[in-house]
Design a protein around this ligand. Sequence first.
Ligand SMILES: O=C(O)CCC(=O)C(=O)O
Ligand SMILES: [Fe+2]
Length: 334
Amino acid sequence: MERSGSGRGGGRGRRSPSTPPVVVGKEQCGCVRGSEEKNQPQNSSPDSHSDSDSVGIGVAKLNICDDVDKPLSSAAAAVGEGGFDICPRKQPGIVVLNPSLLVKNRERRRSSNSNSNSLLLRPGMVLLRGYLSLSDQKKIVERCRELGVGVGGFYQPGYGEGIEMHLKMMCLGKNWDPLTSQYGEQRPFDGAKPPLIPPEFLTLVSNALRDSNALFPHNNLPSISPDICIVNFYSQTGRLGLHQDKDESTDSLRRGLPVVSFSIGYSAQFLYGDDRDPDKAQKLQLESGDVLIFGGPSRNVFHGVTAIDKASAPNLLQHINLRPGRLNLTFRQY
Ligand SMILES: O=C(O)CCC(=O)C(=O)O
Ligand SMILES: [Fe+2]
């Protein structure tokens, strides 16, 4: 997938290597999210995000956000300190509650309405609202946590020259390198091989595609055998610029093999459209449990996350044991 200043790398919402970085942050910290907000005009358009879901920084850095209490930088990951932990630190004496009635009711409502709330957003693009059950979400968080703190786990990705993405990332199956916008078998910065995609994730992906095709038979999308899963963790100030996922093989793109995306935790303001201009993009709130699919004629759709909605899931995070923020998994076939 390409993620440039517009996609990852060249496409996935990330800066293309040839684009000079726009330095908007000044603090000597990988976690420049706070400063970034201060440095942005109040009325700055989401475009400023897409130009840079990344921020310039001067020196080697540690993430010391108040919502990210475990320092980690690419350099730290490279020396094997262990990955970023997406679960909150256990606090002695704090008992994890069973899901409150509120959360349970919301879950019941959403799953019973799941079919009727599902949407064909445009040809090739389907939203399965509330598709993942609470227990699936919980298991996904748990598994991503285990993998994320191990070898090849979460790290702070960047484009070089001190430009960091506004999220933590872990690749499963194959590694996607933000510096080159290419896939490989191991991470160039520490040689780690990405962990395998857990088989239970693959089952969920294949069920989601099957159910999407059953709901929207005129929008039949090919099934996939995902060999890549990019897991992003967005803190409360995380985001990702408008981009296309187009670093997969020419054959995969030509066949319109769908990308399947799981959202867990806080909701995201998601944009999608036919070009890189956020003003022309459609807006969508992606909520915990939603599955978004884009393939066929929408395989090259521009998309990105402009904001994380901190007020969106009271009680939920505690139940699924996720640190304040949002977990997103995108499955692709190379
Ligand atoms: O977080 C999301 O919903 C989108 C993630 C994405 O577009 C990507 O990882 O390429
Ligand atoms: Fe993407």
